[in-house]
Write a protein that binds this ligand. Structure first.
Ligand code: GLU
Length: 538
């Protein structure tokens, strides 16, 4: 009996070999990574590794299979497997991590040594891309994890870049404007000297604690020093002010992308039924946002514009609640005037922690990593978690949320709007012309001619003038076309296409609510294909 069984297995393996179908996935998840599944506060880099490994384990077999099935492939099964294993091994590491320590002079005459990092996780596409973070708790673990996330993020939304990230261990609120400028320019110079930035190598952007102001200093420093001969020098960073080569719509892009990301799922009854929302659509949906920075603020604006109600906002110094709804724009003005979101008219001041667990339809963590963990995931009282921050949910929390039928729209997809528009900005810089400049007038004239032709055809047919009315929408599109319109439609297209792809993967691998695995699978698959087609090593 046993020998009959084993001979059947042997012949099955032979049949699979005949069709080049590998028999079984061999991807081994390292033991220390396996343990992350249950940890309350995993190390950030290991947490991203965990997500990568879980996806890798699910797709290894298919990747080998499609390598063998590729037209003209002369690979043996063993070679294909070695290649996939090699690419996976490479993705487990950051290719380059630079640690920078440089002195600056403070306004009071003291000298201080500033610590910083730039990590380049993957350069399978160039340049590598990712923001620069200024925060007092920045360390190597955080920067490398964020660099990995950038690789997967770019691939997820088909932005043809590698992944990188930088961090300076400073609290920017403790430095004067002049000090910040000296720090930023010096950091830019140090990175450039070591080949860590360059328009075709590695292109930073804003992240927590930085903005277009810092990007402008970096572009200026680079173009006046190492990049002085390079006509594309300003493409060394994105997220710049418009007059420095920035692009319209970049500042809002991450929040806007977040809106489009959630929009796909909230309008689809398949997902809203799964999480128990009464009906699809934004109207009347309540949400709470953690972090009222660039991401949280703009996302809140777009959510409200679509018909949702912001019932709570959480910031570092506490939160505010208003079941009747908070106007994000008015809150922005209030904070500008008072320095805090607290004391906002019509709202009640709350402890941030308390508000995080209040009942709402959508919770938007748009502040920091590791905020939804094994110890608080049970307490969340929402149907959808829309990740705006990078890495807000740990693997253990992710599992709890799935078991509770809460849909997590994952960071690597959901906050990719920023880097998507960074890509557009980079293209604009290389082209040295803004989008639409050569085509707006041509398109307007063509549209007018089409309308004219239609009018003439109708006249010929009916023997009399038939008035053609341009709708207000068409009129506005023809007359007020702007770079921002093109950027926004490109962003929407990118997010919707990625969402479609993620849903297809979720279906194919029967992942249920686990959109994170679907996004990682979609992303890692493309990276492996790119490495495979280019050749992994000499
Ligand atoms: N810092 C942003 C992010 O985490 C933007 C990166 C970029 O535009 O390069 O996605």
């Amino acid at each position: 009996m046993t020998s009959l069984f084993s001979s059947q297995v042997r012949s099955l393996v032979q049949i699979l070999k005949m069709f080049n179908v590998p028999s079984r996935s061999q991807h081994v998840i390292p033991d220390h990574i396996k343990e992350i599944a249950d940890e309350v506060s995993p190390k950030f880099f290991e947490m991203v590794s965990y997500f990568f490994h879980s996806a890798a384990a699910k797709i290894e077999e298919n990747l080998i299979h499609s390598m063998l099935a590729q037209k003209g492939s002369k690979l043996t099964e063993k070679q294909a497997k070695a290649r996939v294993t090699g690419i996976f091994a490479l993705l487990q590491k950051c290719l380059y991590v630079g640690e920078f320590n440089f002195p600056i002079r403070r306004d009071d005459g003291r000298y201080e040594v500033i610590e910083g990092y730039r990590a380049q996780h993957s350069m399978h596409r160039l340049p590598a891309k990712g923001g620069i973070r200024y925060a007092s708790d920045v360390d190597r673990d955080e920067v490398t994890a964020l660099a990995c996330l950038m690789t997967y993020k770019c691939s997820c939304v088909q932005v043809p870049f590698g992944g990188a990230k930088a961090g300076l261990k400073i609290d920017p609120t403790q430095y004067s404007l002049g000090e910040l400028e000296r720090i930023t320019r010096r950091f830019a110079l140090e990175m450039a000297k070591k080949g860590f930035i360059g328009p075709g190598i590695d292109v930073p952007a804003p992240d927590m604690g930085t903005s277009e102001r810092e990007m402008s200093w970096i572009a200026d420093t680079y173009s006046k020093t190492i990049g002085y001969k390079d006509i594309n020098a300003h493409a060394v960073v994105t997220g710049k002010p418009i007059n420095q080569g920035g692009i319209n719509g970049r500042a809002q892009a991450t929040g806007r992308g977040l809106f489009h990301g959630v929009d796909v799922f909230i309008k689809n009854s398949y997902w809203t039924d799964k999480v128990g929302l009464a009906e699809p659509g934004w109207k009347g949906k309540t949400f709470i946002v953690q972090g009222f920075g660039n991401v949280g603020f703009h996302a809140a604006r777009y959510f409200v514009r679509a018909g949702a109600k912001c019932i709570g906002v959480i910031e570092v110094d506490g939160g505010i609640e208003n079941p009747e709804g908070i106007d994000p724009m008015a809150l922005f003005e209030h904070r500008k005037a008072t320095g805090s979101i607290k004391g906002f008219e019509g709202s009640t001041d709350m402890e941030g922690d308390e508000l995080f667990y209040k009942e709402c339809d959508i919770l938007v963590p748009a502040a920091k990593q590791l905020v939804i963990t094994k110890s608080n995931a049970e307490k969340l009282n929402c149907k959808i978690v829309a990740e705006g921050a990078n890495g807000p949910t740990t693997p253990a929390a992710d599992t709890i949320l799935q078991n509770r039928n809460i849909l997590v729209v994952p960071d690597l997809f959901n906050n990719a709007g920023g880097v998507t528009v960074s890509f557009f900005e980079w293209l604009k810089d290389l082209n040295h012309v803004s989008f639409g400049r050569l085509t707006f007038k041509y398109e307007e004239d063509t549209s007018k001619l089409i309308l004219q032709s239609v009018a003439e055809s109708l006249k010929q047919h009916f023997g009399e003038d038939v008035p053609i009315h341009k709708s207000d929408e068409l009129d506005a599109k023809l007359q007020c076309a702007s770079e921002k319109d093109i950027v926004n439609s490109g962003l929407q297209f990118t997010m919707e296409r990625a969402a479609m792809n993620i849903q297809e993967v979720a279906k194919k691998y029967e992942l249920g609510l686990d959109l994170r695995s679907a996004a990682y699978i979609s992303s890692v698959t493309k990276i492996v294909e790119t490495y495979n087609d280019a050749g992994l090593a000499f």
